[in-house]
Design a protein around this ligand. Structure first.
Ligand code: ADP
Ligand code: MG
Length: 329
């Protein structure tokens, strides 16, 4: 299949319905097909941009279900927008596809495109361009969104005495990987829950939209709480202490029956795509209200302190962490 036909068949036609919607009509002046897309950033908003590359056999097994790869790729990118408090609008897709591969075929593309647009339509985000080349399988998604000017949730806004909070549960990403790699066996209900958490992480967009004006700093947890909270600490020139007792663990993580392992995964496992954010004591009543109203599920897990680095404590003593977040280099 020629490049032009491939783009036409799998990436250009799929979003016709969404393009008719008002949001897309206003913001996408010109989509796929020209040398550049032309995009209109809404008035009084700033453009938030992020890009991520997934390389076969580094970030996902080459024989993984293409639908799952596409969904996860787009969802983890959406998580970056959530981490900034931005509303998703558009994305571009650079695909490098192997020639004569045993895995990548038209069927692969059909399935990839299906997962991609299912997610894109769900989050009302429009594919506006890309690039298609041949070589070892890799997928690059650049995501773009808009955020009220000067209201983005940055990493450098934490102050001494701020509470450190996280959404939902931590450690599921690492537990899921253990299940997928057959290192961990649980009841089928827990295994299904963990697989779902891994392949279809929920970008915390609703939460971050509510947290603008409440959180002083935020990011999404991709490399583990300790490693990622340390980014907030460095950017804010401060330290943090985590109370290990208060880490939110899912029923599946409790079911592994090894609290030490569960806590280690929650602190350093990675792949959780939950938000870690800081809130000043003055703003805590507003967060407590959102939690009480069921609008956000979040827990306080620590505090911002003077100094540097992230310290973990359990019952007033240092909790030694053995494993670190994933390092590419
Ligand atoms: P150029 O030679 O100007 O880079 P291309 O032939 O690479 O143009 O692409 C033609 C059009 O198709 C462009 O609008 C580009 O954004 C779009 N496109 C190419 N590959 C993809 C893809 N994988 N997904 C979506 N759009 C794509
Ligand atoms: Mg090109």
């Amino acid at each position: 299949m020629r490049e032009f036909e491939l783009i036409q068949q799998f990436f250009q036609r799929e979003q016709a319905d969404l393009l008719l919607e008002e949001k897309a009509q206003v913001s996408v002046v010109l989509g796929i097909g020209d040398d550049c897309a032309l995009l209109q950033v809404p008035a009084n908003k700033q453009l938030a941009v992020s890009v991520d590359t997934l390389v076969a056999d580094v970030h996902f097994p080459a024989d993984a279900k293409p639908e799952d790869v596409a969904e996860r790729a787009l969802r983890t990118n959406l998580s970056d927008l959530a981490a900034m408090g931005a509303e998703p609008l558009w994305f571009t897709l650079a695909l490098t596809l192997p020639k004569n591969s045993e895995y990548v075929s038209e069927e692969w593309l059909r399935s990839f495109s299906c997962g991609l647009f299912r997610t894109a339509n769900h989050y009302e985000i429009v594919l506006v361009g890309g690039d298609t080349t041949s070589g070892p399988l890799s997928i690059t998604i650049q995501i773009m969104g808009a955020v009220e000017s000067h209201q983005a949730l940055r990493r450098d806004g934490a102050s001494i005495g701020d509470f450190v909070c996280v959404t939902n549960y931590l450690g599921d990403g690492a537990a899921a990987l253990a299940v997928i790699q057959n290192r961990l066996v649980l009841g089928s209900e827990h295994q299904d829950y963990l697989r779902e958490r891994f392949y279809r992480p929920t970008p915390r967009l609703l939460e971050s939209n509510l947290l603008r004006g409440i959180a002083s700093a935020a990011l999404d947890i991709s490399d583990g709480l300790v490693a990622d909270l340390n980014h907030i600490c460095e950017a804010s020139d401060l330290g943090a202490v985590i109370d290990v007792e208060n880490l939110p663990l899912s029923p599946a993580l409790i079911a592994i029956n090894d609290l030490q392992q569960a806590r280690t995964w929650a602190l350093s496992g990675g792949d959780d795509y939950e938000l870690c954010f800081t809130v000043s004591p003055e703003k805590m009543p507003e967060l407590a209200m959102l939690i009480a109203e069921g609008k956000i599920y979040a827990s306080v897990v620590g505090e911002i302190i003077a100094g540097s680095g992230v310290h973990c404590e359990l019952d007033g003593e240092t909790f030694e962490l053995v494993v670190q977040g994933y390092q590419h280099f």
